[in-house]
Structure formats: C-alpha cells, structure tokens
Ligand binder design. Structure first.
Ligand SMILES: Nc1ncnc2c1ncn2[C@@H]1O[C@H](COP(=O)(O)OP(=O)(O)OP(=O)(O)O)[C@@H](O)[C@H]1O
Ligand SMILES: [Mg+2]
Length: 259
C-alpha cells in the first residue's frame, strides 16, 4: 500500500500529472490532498484576510476561526470533488471524502496553542477550529475503491476541524506501515541549492531546525522523522513533473528512511 499526499502547491499550480499517476496506482493507494492556496483565494474573495500563527521553533499554521473554517470546508470540498472528477476522466472510480464522512478521521480541537508573537514573546492563544488527530479508520480508507481524503476531521463534540494534510498522511501511513509519497512543488528538501537524497530520522529532525528549511517543509521533515521512527519511509518529491509517484518510488526526491 502507498499513501500519496498531493500538496496544495500542486493542486493550485497543476494537479494533472499527479492525478494521472495516481490513477495508475488506484488499486494500491490512499490519497490525501491539501489546498491552502485555494482556501486563501476563497477567503480573499470573501474579503477575509488569511490568518497564520507562528509556533516556537518557527513552524507556522493557519488560524482557523469560525468563518475561516467555513471557507476551508468549501474550498477543500471543491478540490476533493474536482480530483474525483479528474480521476473519473481517466476511468478510475474514486470515492472523495473528508475525515468527517464516516468519521474516518477523529480529532480533538486544540483548545490552546503556544505561539510566538510579533515581539518574539511566547503566548498561549485559543486554538480555533484546528485539530489534533485522535484516530483514523484505515480500514475504511483502504482500496478498492480509491479514496481521496480532504484534510478535515471531526471531533466527538461534532466540530469540523482543520487538520494538516501532511499529518493525516503520516498518520495513515504509520498505521498501515505503508510507504508515503509527499508531492509538493519542489524536487525535495533543498539545501545549498541541491536536493538532499537520504536522511535518517535524527538527521531529518536536525535539518528541520536549519535556517534553510522553512514553513511547510519544516513541518514535513519533523513528521517524516516521527514516521521513520515508526518504520515508515517517506519520499518528498515534485508533483508537477510527469509520473511523479513512480519517480518518487524509484528513488527520486528526498527519502527519510527508518534506521
Ligand atoms: N529547504 C527547503 N527545501 C524545499 N522546500 C522548502 C525548503 N524550505 C521551505 N520550503 C518550501 O516548502 C514548500 C512546501 O510546503 P508547503 O506546505 O508550502 O506546500 P504543500 O504541503 O505542498 O501544500 P499544502 O500545505 O497546501 O498541502 C515549498 O513550496 C518550498 O517553498
Ligand atoms: Mg503544507
């Protein structure tokens, strides 16, 4: 089994090659997508400025208040159905769902989160509608048919929650001990203008702290290090090229490998 995460960076630029390749692996894959850029586009068209929080260590995350959550669910659902439609055009029957459907992704609302404010001081703020994964129903997600999952979870209080797509992908792959392919808009983790080819879990953690690794990539490396400790190999590769899944599986990109 392989878990494929199609990043928002691929979705908003050109998902066609990633989708074409996903269609080939439909019988053995679980797909998860992002779409932060589409959420921001919708928010701006509604006159709402996207909000982000910076956490200690430099990891950033969206601040999901009630109106942001609404736009988040709308934009992600559109992406989800568009992916299902593109797969259908390639003859693949896929089921698109959020983690709320069938309660496949259970999460708990992050009531408080630690942030670093503009002056560099640490503060505790309300976590908004963002969630920490509690459980994933990997049986319900397993093919056939191919499942395409939007990064939305559901709490036991009935709250829809924004959960980072990478986190869901890592969680699913860890539980299934599946190989994980993370498709983004870069050839891998770049250091000094070159792709880092192989990393062990400790090396990945150390690199996540480097000045050269920022934003979403920092998050991916930290989660990949955790996954590697659970025996899962992660490949981070470019979803904008031809046959990106096949190339990632054949060794291109950055591979974070269990010891
Ligand atoms: N050292 C680095 N090497 C490669 N990419 C890096 C590095 N540091 C920061 N990045 C950035 O990380 C980004 C990928 O993470 P990001 O979270 O933005 O995208 P995504 O996960 O594909 O999208 P989404 O979060 O919407 O699903 C790249 O577009 C790149 O700009
Ligand atoms: Mg990301």
């Amino acid at each position: 089994m392989i878990v494929v995460k199609i990043g928002g960076s691929v979705i908003c630029k050109d998902p066609s090659r990633a989708v074409a390749d996903l269609a080939r692996y439909a019988g053995e894959a679980i797909a998860i997508h992002g779409g932060g850029c589409a959420v921001n586009e919708l928010l701006r068209s509604l006159g709402i400025q996207p909000k982000y929080l910076t956490h200690p260590g430099g990891v950033t995350s969206r601040y999901t208040d009630a109106e942001t959550l609404k736009a988040f669910v709308m934009a992600m659902s559109w992406i989800n159905k568009s992916l299902v439609a593109s797969l259908a055009a390639r003859g693949v029957v896929a089921v698109g769902l959020t983690g709320a459907d069938g309660w496949v992704v259970k999460a708990k609302r992050k009531e408080r989160v630690l942030v670093v404010d503009e002056r560099g001081r640490q503060r505790v703020v309300d976590g908004g509608y963002s969630g920490r994964i509690v459980d994933v129903d990997v049986k319900a997600l397993s093919p056939p048919p191919l499942k395409v999952l939007a990064p939305i979870a559901l709490s036991d209080k009935g709250e829809l929650l924004n959960v980072d797509g990478d986190q869901i992908a890592f969680e699913v792959a860890s539980r299934l001990r599946a190989k994980l392919v993370i498709l983004s808009d870069v050839d891998g983790v770049m250091i000094g203008g070159r792709v880092v080819e192989r990393l062990g879990p400790e090396e990945a953690e150390a690199l996540a702290k480097s000045e050269e690794v920022k934003g979403g990539m920092k998050r991916k490396l930290l989660a990949a290090a955790e996954a590697a400790k659970n025996g899962v190999e992660t490949a981070i590769y470019n979803g904008l090229v031809d046959s990106p899944i096949e190339k990632a599986l054949s060794g291109l990109g950055t591979h974070i490998i269990p010891k």
